[in-house]
Design a protein around this ligand. Structure first.
Ligand code: ADP
Ligand code: MG
Length: 209
């Protein structure tokens, strides 16, 4: 199915074309209408199914560029994944006036990250531990976040990030859109989803094509 069945910002449509994304993958086709409609969505699909663009298009479509506030937070289990996600979001955002995507992950010095935070951002992509570090130092304010994405939620839980996720979620508005993506959907994730999401739309795809 073509992306043109969705009502996306024209810049996003252009960027998808440039990226060679001619049609939606199954998880994109099934989740994007609900995501763009502001609903909470659980997306389950194995690696390579195109989950990043599903939530990336959702948060970019909704973003108010003129409000230079952190409006979206994407949590990933590792720095490598966070870097990949930030890269894809930046590519999707090309040409949309000055969208600032900042990555906040561990394993790199705090100082430059604090400097970048002082300059501001629209979208933060990061790992839970480092996000908490910035919250505790009061360098990061999540009061204006209206979209939270938990990417690779199963891996985050496996890595023991649940208490961190609870901490971070307490720092942002309850009224928000929450998108949860995962390759698997074990009991523990179902329980978390029940606690943090509101009537989520569940999308499950078996394979990429
Ligand atoms: P996942 O997060 O589900 O593992 P990714 O978002 O990393 O998957 O996407 C996997 C690959 O598919 C990436 O190389 C990405 O550029 C590509 N891709 C995503 N959506 C599309 C699309 N609609 N058309 C073509 N390629 C796509
Ligand atoms: Mg992914």
């Amino acid at each position: 199915m073509s992306f043109s069945t969705l009502t996306l910002k024209p810049e996003l449509v252009d960027n998808l074309k440039t990226m060679g994304y001619d049609s939606m993958t199954p998880i994109q086709a099934q989740s994007l209408p609900a995501i763009l409609n502001g609903e909470d969505v659980i997306g389950q699909g194995k690696t390579g199914s195109g989950k990043t663009a599903a939530f990336g298009l959702g948060l970019l479509h909704k973003l108010d560029v003129k409000r230079f506030r952190i409006q979206s937070l994407v949590l990933c289990p590792t720095r490598e994944l966070a870097d990949q996600v930030a890269k894809e979001i930046r590519t999707l955002a090309r040409g949309i006036h000055n969208i600032k995507v900042l990555t906040l992950c561990g394993g790199v010095p705090m100082g430059p990250q604090i400097g970048s935070l002082e300059h501001g951002a629209h979208i933060i992509v990061g790992t839970p531990g480092r996000i908490i570090d910035h919250l505790q130092r009061e360098r990061l304010n999540l009061e204006d976040v209206n979209t939270l994405v938990l990417d690779e939620a199963d891996r985050m839980l496996e890595m023991g990030f649940l208490p961190d996720l609870d901490y971070i979620m307490a720092e942002m508005p309850r009224e928000r859109q929450t998108l949860l993506f995962s390759a698997t959907f074990p009991k523990q994730i179902q329980k978390v989803a029940e606690e943090i999401m509101f009537e989520p739309v569940i999308v499950k795809v078996a394979s990429t094509h």
